[in-house]
Design a protein around this ligand. Structure first.
Ligand code: LIP
Length: 295
């Protein structure tokens, strides 16, 4: 596994401040998207394909996050899913997913989240950034997942804070396994072939539609492991630190950092077994690919 850059070792009081900001922003945006969700919500426009939906509340939530971050941390950079890209001078960047699980949100299925993470290193450079504090808030369940480097990982609900720890299952056959699918039809076709072969080898599959919450659920032991391709930095940044502080691992293939080609979450031999299985299936599907690629 890659080691974090040296400047990821920020002083404790700064990490506490960043975590506090992440929690406040995630809560504020979460309240906005539930309190002001129009009853007759429809897709406003589409991004990568006709299934990749954006509602009017996605940019509104991102605008609120951007304004709050500018007020609380004016020297930091901010990158958001809906196009925010504001450079900073502090070396700290914020990665914001204003509604993760937009399809669930569109259908008023109460399973979506706001993800806010502070990272060191430039998130425009795929291999250079590393999360140091983050919060993921599911406003419908009133569950706020939070962590900062070296401080442990927690979920707060109804004012009660509970520590998180990953599950301990060692055999993939007993693992409840999360996954997700991309929006492009050819990616989905490949992902469908792979999941058809994974399903008989695991306890069961869950496809919740919210990558940030998938990572939090691995951190909490509600899922044993997870894999997906095509995830963006804002989907995984907060969940990454929450998962690692709960004793878990987020990685790509062969000990590399997570990437859009493949991302795995979990721990121990079950995670190794999952990686071996998925990589083996991809080698059968596309023996000439330079690297295993599920995207
Ligand atoms: C979505 C994820 C979902 C994943 C999708 C997509 P969005 O984010 O969280 O779990 O499978 O590919 O990235 O579009 O709802 O913010």
């Amino acid at each position: 596994m890659e080691t974090p850059p040296d400047d990821a070792a920020l002083p404790g009081p700064l990490l506490d401040e960043l975590l506090g900001v992440a929690m406040d922003v995630a809560r504020a945006c979460g309240r906005l998207i539930t309190d002001e969700r129009p009853r007759d919500l429809v897709a406003d426009h589409f991004k990568t394909s006709s299934t990749d939906v954006v509602t009017i509340m996605d940019p509104r939530s991102e605008a609120l996050a951007r304004a709050e971050l500018a007020r609380r941390r004016p020297e930091d950079g901010v990158v958001g899913e809906e196009g925010t890209d504001v450079p900073g001078t502090s070396g700290i960047w914020w990665l914001v997913d204003p509604i993760d699980g937009t399809a669930n949100y569109l259908y008023d299925m109460g399973f979506y989240a706001v993800s806010v993470a502070a990272v060191v290193g430039d998130p425009h450079t795929a291999r250079a950034w590393y999360p140091v504090a983050g919060a993921v808030f599911n406003p419908v369940a009133d569950e706020l997942y939070l962590a900062r480097r070296g401080g442990g990982s927690f979920v707060e609900t109804g004012g009660v804070r509970t520590p998180l720890a990953v599950g301990t299952r060692t055999e993939l056959a007993r693992c409840l396994t999360g996954t997700g699918f991309g929006y492009a039809p050819p990616s989905r076709a490949k992902q469908g072939r792979v999941v058809a072969q994974v399903l008989p080898r695991v306890r069961d599959i869950r496809r919740m539609g919210v990558a940030a919450l998938d990572l939090c659920h691995v951190a909490r032991g509600r899922l044993d492991c997870y894999y997906e391709a095509g995830v963006n930095a804002w989907d995984i940044a907060a969940g990454w630190v929450i998962l690692e502080e709960a004793g878990g691992v987020l990685r790509g293939t062969g000990g590399q950092r997570p990437s859009r080609l493949l991302t795995f979450a979990g721990q121990g031999p079950a995670l190794d077994e999952l990686e071996e299985l998925v990589v083996g299936l991809l080698r059968e599907i596309d023996p000439d690919a330079p690297e295993p690629d599920l995207s």
